[in-house]
Ligand binder design. Sequence first.
Ligand code: AMP
Length: 142
Amino acid sequence: MNVEVILKAKGADVTTITSSETLGAAVELLHKKKIGAIVVVDAGRVCGILSERDIVKALAAAGAEALDLPIAQVMTANVVSCKLSDTIDQLMGAMTGGRFRHIPVIEDDELIGIISIGDAVKHRIAETEMEAEQLRLYIATG
Ligand code: AMP
């Protein structure tokens, strides 16, 4: 199973924000959309990712004033992305190795989706169950 299959099931909707907007605006968006990370896009290009962890870190360092900071000062600029052809195992490896839970999907410089660790685990479990069922059938029918 690969990223293309996951995106077909969950859709291509990605919440984005620009790097000059404030952390407060990002907090409102995360809450409204019930998500854990926002992809930062300037002039049509992915330039960062901001997750709830970054916001907690900024609040711990600067207190409530952090909410007025521009996202550019708080986001992670080196974004690890994936392609439609990447496998779930590759994604899970990247997430485990990089200690993050979100990976934007980028094809030809265009942002076309986002995969969370929840999406990856859900599809990995479905895949494992399918394999187990096939084995059961194979054993039962000889
Ligand atoms: P998360 O586990 O996604 O909440 O993110 C944990 C930390 O990793 C935060 O500092 C994020 O900005 C960063 N992060 C999240 N996703 C990515 C990614 N795809 N590439 C690089 N850094 C990321």
